[in-house]
Design a binder for this molecule. Structure first.
Ligand code: TRP
Ligand code: ZN
Length: 475
């Protein structure tokens, strides 16, 4: 009784505070209820990458019209010329007199908002746009940015190649975690998903491969324009517009998904032999995670290398080789990472742990090592090994792709499966995808859903597996 009245009093006070806040804040210009214009934040608020993404806007759609060519002869180090018009549909989420997009190493030459030229400038990797008339909360606007410049081979903060990586025959475009700004003006954080269209014009003979379905291919005057349609909401890091010598292979998988593979013909056949398993894998992962979430799938296998593969949405990217375990890993990411994306980069184990666990499941399905055997393998790592010193739920921006994110992440999921049983575990996986698909989720969301689906108190379990920089012994 007493508790109840205390709660009511607290709730009442909170409601009162909420009503009063706008009036108090309104001491500056404008009366209550009238717009109060300010600048959108220069980042989405991710502690690992403070300037990635932007505040005050929600991008709905990117229409990317790109023209790309390599100088002849190719300079050393490699460079390309990229020119673009990005037509961006966005909604203001606050009253804006200025907002930012992320753009790195390229120059904007013109910005048009709702048909009118606007003032803008570029400070470091931020393109700052001052719309007039100003944008009120909830208004939609069309922002057209004309931009371009010289492309290089950019690197992420760990030193790995990423973004628009110039190659001898085009470019490898793989942008995790915040490399999309190296090729288009973007709200470069997973929390701002959008749909995409591409028109990519390259010299005749080159192929441009993006996300989704190929809807048109037209050649005139020595140039080919490749038109791709990617209507499923997508995090910016999963967008690609890879250019090069590619052979396209189109077919329909056993589950009905249209497949478009793009393989560099300079590679030996063995480089893509595992891609033939994609159809069977789609059927297998649909059983585990629910229906495949996108309009298409396929792989890009390039003859240059960034040193890793990436789960670019609907069109996974492979460097030189596509090994079976990696093919399974990137396909599983389409559910775990792409459809359900990390709310913050600290949540990266939800991507890599699931994708690694899925490849363990595939291995077991094929009669090789079981998930339990893979788990046992991880547990042979001695307790004093640095492997156990990473806090999986908060690895820091320099350890997004450290071994433990993958292997301890997968081991966590296997231990969870044993703890709650197969039925609850796969109900959890499918509910996770259903509930958060098309958006983002965090480790806290996962812990809460696991508790809810299993009906068990799993807090100690997750503390031991995710939050403690020590080898789990009891849980
Ligand atoms: N997300 C990729 C995968 O596991 C890996 C990845 C992205 C990566 N960037 C990287 C690995 C940089 C090492 C270094 O499929
Ligand atoms: Zn991965």
């Amino acid at each position: 009784m007493k508790t109840t009245s205390v709660r009511l009093a607290v709730a009442g006070a909170a409601a009162l505070a909420l009503t009063l806040t706008p009036a108090l804040a309104g001491a500056a210009p404008g009366r209550p209820g009238e717009p109060r214009f300010s600048e959108g934040a220069d980042g989405a608020g991710d502690p690992y990458f403070p300037l990635a993404g932007n505040g005050g806007i929600d991008v709905l759609h990117y229409d990317l019209d790109l023209t790309y060519q390599l100088p002849d002869p190719a300079p050393a180090p490699l460079e390309g010329q990229l020119d673009g018009v990005a037509t961006i549909q966005l909604r203001a989420t606050q009253d804006l007199d200025r907002f930012n997009l992320d753009l790195r190493g390229l120059t904007a030459t013109k910005v048009v908002v709702n048909g009118k030229s606007m003032r803008f400038d570029q400070v470091e990797n931020e393109l700052r746009i001052s719309p007039r008339p100003k944008l009120k909360t909830g208004t939609e606007a069309t922002v057209e940015v004309t931009y371009g410049g010289t492309t290089t081979r950019p690197r992420d903060i760990e030193g790995a190649l990423y973004g628009w990586v110039t190659t001898r025959d085009g470019a490898m475009v793989v942008s995790e975690p915040e490399g999309s700004a190296t090729w288009f003006p973007v709200s470069d954080h997973p929390t701002d998903k959008a749909t995409y269209d591409y028109e990519i014009t390259v010299p005749e003979g080159s192929v441009a491969v993006a996300n989704g379905l190929l809807v048109d291919q037209e050649t005139a005057g020595g140039w080919t324009t490749w038109t791709w349609d990617a209507p499923d909401p997508m995090a910016a890091y999963l967008a690609t517009a890879t250019v090069g010598d590619f052979e396209l292979d189109t077919y329909t998988a056993a589950n009905g998904t249209p497949i478009i593979d793009a393989v560099d013909p300079a590679l030996p056949d063995s480089a893509s032999a595992s891609l033939a398993l994609t159809s069977d894998m789609l059927v297998f992962f649909e059983e585990a995670f629910g229906p495949y979430p996108f309009n298409s799938y396929g792989a890009i296998v390039d003859d240059d290398s960034v040193g890793y593969a990436l789960e670019t949405q609907t069109r996974s990217f492979f460097s030189r080789n596509a090994r079976e375990g990696t093919v399974a890993h990137e396909l599983a990411h389409q559910w775990m990472g792409d459809h359900v994306s990390p709310g913050r980069w600290a949540d990266i184990w939800l991507n890599e742990g699931w994708a690694t666990y899925a490849s363990w499941m595939w291995s077991e399905e094929q009669g090789r090592a079981t998930a339990q055997e893979n788990f046992d393998d991880v547990m042979t790592i001695p307790a004093d090994d640095d492997f156990w010193a990473v806090v999986v739920s908060d690895p820091g921006p320099l350890c997004l792709f450290c071994g433990p994110i993958y292997d301890r992440g997968a081991a966590t999921l296997h231990a969870l499966r044993v703890e709650i049983g197969d039925d609850a575990f796969f109900e959890l996986a499918q509910t996770w995808v259903e509930q958060y698909g098309g958006g983002t989720a965090t480790t806290a969301d996962f812990r809460a859903l696991a508790g809810q689906v299993s009906g068990l108190d799993l807090e100690d379990f997750f503390d031991v597996w995710l939050d403690t920089p020590e080898k789990p012994t009891t849980w």
